[in-house]
Each structure stands twice: as C-alpha cells, then as structure tokens.
Design a protein around this ligand. Structure first.
Ligand SMILES: [Ca+2]
Ligand SMILES: [Ca+2]
Ligand SMILES: [Ca+2]
Length: 361
C-alpha cells in the first residue's frame, strides 16, 4: 500500500471512530429520516415512557411476561388518533391501552392470539397521551422479536347537514339523530337550518359529509330559506334561471373532498330529462359516494333509515356496506315503516364503498 492510500485509509478510520457513537446513538433511538424509534428500557411506568411522534414506526420487545412498555405523544392538532399495535410475534398475545394526561384509561384493545390491536381516540392539541403495550395475562412473549406500534392523527372531518322546517315538514330531527354517530367518527357537524342554495353551494365542496333533507324531485333539490325559495339542479341547462345553482357549474374535481353526499328527498335518485341525475352529477365532480332515493319517502321513514345508516357507518362499515345492512334491517323491521319499499330503492351510482369511518393504520 502506498503512502497516499494509507493516509486516506487512516483518515477514513479516524472519521468513522469520531462518528460512530453519534450514528449508533442516533439510529438506536430516533431516526427522523425513516421515522422509526426503538424503545429504551426502562419504560415500565408512564413517568419513564418513551417519547414518540405522529406517524412514526415504534419498535419494542416484551422481555418478560411482566414487561410493560409505555410510550407518550403530544399532538400538534386536534383530531382522531389511531393507536395501532401490530407485528406481534407469532404465538404471542400482546394488548394495547391508551391513557390521557391525567392517567385515565380512555381506550383499549385486547384481541386474541397475535391479532393486531387498535384503538381510536379523539385527541386535543398540546395534551400528552400514553400508549401502553403489555403481554396479555397468561400469554407467551418473545424477548427477541419486536412488535411495532404506530400512532397516527387524522383531521376531524366536517359534516354540513341541511335541514328545513317549513309548511308542516321539519327535518331537523334527522341532523339531531345522526350527530352523535358523526361525533364518534371524529366528524364535527353543522346543522344548517332553512338556508338558501347559495349558502349550500359554497359549503358543499368542503363537506366530508353533505346531507340534504327536504323536498326534492328528479334532478333538483329545493331550499326553503325564510325569505326565498331556491334550487340546486344537477345539470346546467337553459331552462334554469340565472338566480339558481347547478352541480354542473362546479369544476371537475370540486367535490373530491366529499366522502358522502346523502340526498334525502323524494326521487333524488331519479333522472330528469331536463335536469339530469343528482347522484351521477355529484359523483362526476369527484365525490366518493352519493345516495339518492328512487321513490317518494316520508319524514318518519327517512329518520329511521338515516339513523340506521350512520349507526352502521360508525360501527366501521363503509357507506356501501352500511347501506346494504340498513336495507336488511328495513326488511327485518318492516312494520316500523310506512312504506319500506320506498327507502330500500336507492340509487348510489358507481362508487359506494368508501368508508366514512376514518381508517386504521
Ligand atoms: Ca420492552
Ligand atoms: Ca418495558
Ligand atoms: Ca391481544
């Protein structure tokens, strides 16, 4: 080896020696580039919890049957956080619990064998939350194989619910009935009462859920504000006065944030030769799902049906699945309805499988 080569080799060696501790120290705990963190024992109490961050992959082992690994996180925005525990070693059974900053248990997940665990929590900005990983009582552990734990925060969704109280028809109760389910799904809802079409037209694009409940006909929704009567049509045609609005007028992807447009009214799923189809037009502007009714519906039937639909959505089913389950429920409870057939004949267009309930990691 000539002198120059030896010098280079020596420089490399010195450089490696100088860098090695920091590199090893860095990678063994937090790797910001790859968003991974390995546990640092002892972490058996919440006071000694390992700090983690939103959307990081966290790894640890259960080194004994009594090992407990605490992790802590603070969120920078309010939302729904999914706490997920997976990659549980084969033959082992670990569980997951979530605590708030006061040390109160707020969610837990305890599935059998090595099934992944998840818990969903409505989190606020600036508060510490704790995740606790532990061996299910009486179960096996693996001190050499890691589990993986992730925490991911999602924005709260928004629902704009348009209801009306006019001429002996009051649809406000529909909004009241579904609001608790929306809250549980991490969707904040606004019940807009007796608004005109211009207000609704502006709100539609920013709605995760857009719900209309009032008079309608094929291709048109009617908005009864205190001093005006306005309409939202599907198709833009010369027949429509300039003072009204059409879904057609939105840009091609204007409704791409809309996870579900629920058009509750008579014949909202039908196609008008003049005004088109509300469901199809909504989907063509980017909405994930839209539901319209093929027949006339009564207020009482609409209340029962809508509450059941959101009950299933909140239980974790997609809109399409929830719709099918609600359909079955209507048939099982035929006597509750004035006209069961009217609300089992729905038009959903082609995209009906999106989950309203925010997905897990
Ligand atoms: Ca551990
Ligand atoms: Ca531990
Ligand atoms: Ca388990």
């Amino acid at each position: 080896m000539n002198k120059k080569r030896r010098l280079i080799k020596l420089l490399c060696y010195v450089t490696m020696l100088c860098m090695a501790p920091s590199i090893i120290g860095f990678f063994s705990r937090v790797d910001a580039t790859f968003h991974t963190i390995n546990e640092s024992e002892p972490n058996d109490t919440y006071q000694t919890a390992d700090t983690t961050f939103n959307d990081f992959d966290n790894f640890g082992t259960m080194s004994s049957a009594s090992d407990v690994d605490w992790w802590k996180i603070t969120f920078s925005s309010e939302g729904i956080a999914n706490f997920w525990l997976g990659s549980i070693p084969s033959g082992c059974n670990y569980d997951l619990s979530v605590y708030n900053s006061a040390g109160t248990l707020i969610a837990s997940s305890s599935k059998s064998s090595n099934s992944s665990e998840y818990a969903k929590v409505h989190v606020r900005t600036g508060y510490v939350y704790y995740a606790k990983v532990y061996v299910h009582s009486g179960s096996t552990y693996d001190s050499s194989d890691t589990y993986k734990m992730r925490i991911k925060n999602y924005d709260l969704g928004s629902a704009n619910l348009f209801t009306f109280d006019y001429a002996f028809i009051n649809t406000h109760p529909i909004a009241q009935l579904i609001t608790p389910y929306l809250n549980n799904m991490g969707i904040s809802s606004s019940n807009w009462q007796n608004k005109d079409v211009f207000f609704a037209y502006d709100k539609f694009p920013s709605s995760d859920i857009f719900l209309f409940a009032y008079h309608a006909n094929k291709g048109v929704l009617q908005f009864n504000a205190p001093t005006s009567l306005t309409h939202l049509y599907a198709k833009n045609t010369a027949l429509i006065p300039a003072t009204e609005k059409e879904i057609d007028s939105y840009s091609s992807s204007a409704l791409s944030d809309v996870k579900c447009a629920l058009l509750i009214g008579c014949l909202t799923g039908g196609t008008s030769d003049s005004y088109g189809n509300l469901v199809d037009k909504t989907l063509s502007k980017g909405a994930f799902t839209a539901i319209g009714f093929n027949n006339s519906i009564s207020l009482d039937d609409a209340e029962l049906w809508t509450e059941k639909l959101f009950y299933y959505c909140e239980s974790g089913y997609s809109v399409g699945q929830a719709r099918a389950l609600t359909h079955g429920w209507v048939y099982d409870n035929y006597s509750l309805f004035e006209d069961p057939d009217s609300i089992t004949s729905l038009y959903t267009g082609s995209k009906s499988l999106y989950a309203l309930n925010i997905g897990y990691n």
